[in-house]
Design a protein around this ligand. Structure first.
Ligand SMILES: Cc1cc2nc3c(=O)[nH]c(=O)nc-3n(C[C@H](O)[C@H](O)[C@H](O)COP(=O)(O)OP(=O)(O)OC[C@H]3O[C@@H](n4cnc5c(N)ncnc54)[C@H](O)[C@@H]3O)c2cc1C
Length: 474
């Protein structure tokens, strides 16, 4: 039988983060004509770590990214959970061989820049996409966009996308600021569909969900509405240090988690074990945010890192020292430079329509922002991308088999959202739940610790999460 020609669409991905590059690989492999726009002047990632479960590594292997990544990543021996105050080990889950046997793929810890670079190399090697830097999405026009918004109907036709050229002033001479300037250049292009992989502050989400975001003020403890994002009140203090610069008793080969009231500390090696990534999470009672509210505008302008004075940072971090065990104290004292990230959260998705409107789909943090308390935000972005690519790859096959027609792009995107939203919602929910459990005190902390002591590895292992293998059906 002659092979059916696949429909090739002109697709735009907004954002070249982990999600955007993953989408480019997946859609490029599905023979789509892909352009990525990225507002930054340079491609890259911040200096911090990322944990990647077997569910994610199956996808990376399928794309051939595993070899490059494994050469740069680290495979921890185990996850070990301790009480941050007493120092007592509460639970241990063996990873390495044990995880490879159970799930058929490793559990890895990596530097985000290494993961990003491995994905970028795959995009380039496969000729998957045309990447355009210094281009920021401004607006999207769609023939029936108004009707789409008002009636929730499916729109078809071409998207007209306006972008503005930007220049990162960090790269210009004589400037110290990190702001991005907008140049006086705009351009308009037409695409069949658009994937918003533009992160937690997503402009695409803002545009297709009629500006809910801009009206919203982020406040500590504000209940998040559907698909809206709020500041959780928690701050993450992140650092990367060379293990050899640390005293021997603080060097690690495992993922260590220290749980205490209103705080937890997560540490793991990256870069073949040479570097140690540490993230100290403090809730509002300890991070000075208890009586403060920050507007979304202020938070989004910060673009992840908060410029907190060294004194305030030190004061917040020092506040945990009197009550914590000596290992936590020694670790915190040994690390000089911390960068501070505000943590955003959102209610879990409740419907597929929150991930798609007509020929516009959301992916990664743009679709389902989550607290990093399950270490799966980037993982979900990669899984999203894989699903999207597979559906584009099979669109012709599926539809021609059933109807003798090539299915519409809107149908493919709707199918993507339908297939993804429940899993992403489960991960979002579990991350929210973990915020309470990790930072608990009193009776809840007591119950948590006893459960971990009794059933530790069964609680820490999550087959529903790590055992997900969409690649198996491909
Ligand atoms: C402290 C912390 C620890 C974490 N640990 C883990 C972990 O261990 N494991 C894990 O899986 N996840 C982890 N995460 C989550 C993970 O970092 C995110 O889920 C992931 O980076 C999201 O990727 P993304 O591509 O969707 O968004 P982003 O990485 O935010 O990328 C969005 C991109 O879009 C660009 N962009 C934005 N707006 C525009 C526009 N208008 N036009 C053009 N370009 C635009 C941005 O410049 C950026 O490059 C952690 C997060 C935090 C905060």
């Amino acid at each position: 039988m002659p092979e059916l020609a696949r429909p090739q669409s002109k697709l735009l991905i907004v954002g070249a983060g982990i999600g955007g590059l993953s989408a480019a690989i997946a859609l490029g492999r599905a023979h789509q004509n892909v352009t990525i726009i990225e507002q930054s002047a340079q491609l890259g990632e911040v200096g911090a770590g990322v944990q990647l479960g077997p569910n994610v590594n199956h996808v990376l292997k399928h794309w051939g990214v595993d070899k490059a990544l494994e050469a740069l990543a680290f495979e921890p021996e185990a996850v070990e959970v301790h009480h941050a105050l007493s120092g007592k080990q509460l639970a241990r889950l063996p990873l390495a061989e044990s995880f490879r046997r159970r799930y058929g793929a490793p559990y890895l810890t990596a530097h985000r820049a290494d993961l990003h670079a491995a994905l970028l190399a795959a995009v380039r090697a496969g000729g998957c996409a045309d990447i355009r830097l210094n281009q920021r999405l401004q607006s999207i026009q769609l023939e029936s966009f108004k009707a789409l918004q008002e009636e929730g109907i499916k729109a078809s036709g071409t998207l007209t996308v306006s972008t503005e050229s930007t220049i990162d002033s960090k790269t210009t001479a004589n400037t110290q600021t990190s702001e991005t300037q907008v140049l006086d250049q705009q351009s308009c292009e037409h695409y069949s569909a658009l994937v918003g992989a533009d992160g937690v502050w997503s402009k695409v989400r803002d545009l297709i969900f009629s500006g809910q975001q801009s009206a919203l003020k982020a406040q500590v403890n504000t209940k998040a509405g559907i698909n809206s994002v709020v500041f959780s009140g928690d701050l993450a203090y992140r650092s990367l240090v060379l293990q050899k610069m640390l005293p021997a008793h603080l060097r690690l080969k495992t993922v260590k988690v220290w749980l205490g009231p209103d705080m937890h500390l997560v540490q793991y090696p990256v870069r073949g074990g040479e570097w140690l990534n540490s993230v100290l999470f403090l809730s509002p009672r300890l991070n000075g945010m208890a009586n403060k509210s920050l507007s979304m505008d202020v938070l989004s302008a910060l673009d992840w890192t908060i410029n907190m004075s060294q004194e305030d940072k030190a004061a917040n971090i020092q506040s945990i020292l009197p009550s914590t065990c000596s290992k936590v104290q020694d670790t915190v004292r040994a690390i000089e430079a911390w960068s501070v990230w505000p943590l955003m959260k959102s209610n879990p998705l409740t419907h597929s329509s929150q991930m798609v409107r007509g020929s516009i789909a959301l992916l990664g943090d743009a679709a389902h922002p989550m607290l990093p308390y399950l270490a799966q935000g980037a993982g979900m972005a990669i899984e999203d991308a894989f699903e999207l690519g597979e559906l584009f790859n099979n669109a012709n096959y599926n539809s021609s088999k059933q109807h003798g027609l090539v299915e519409s792009i809107e149908t493919t995107l709707q199918r993507y959202a339908t297939n993804r939203w429940k899993r992403c919602a489960s991960v979002q929910s579990r991350a929210l739940q973990n915020a309470h459990i990790f930072h608990a005190s009193g009776a809840l902390a007591w119950a948590r610790d006893r459960s971990l002591e009794l059933l530790g590895d069964k609680i820490l292992d999550m087959p529903w999460l790590y055992g997900y293998q969409r690649t198996q059906s491909c």
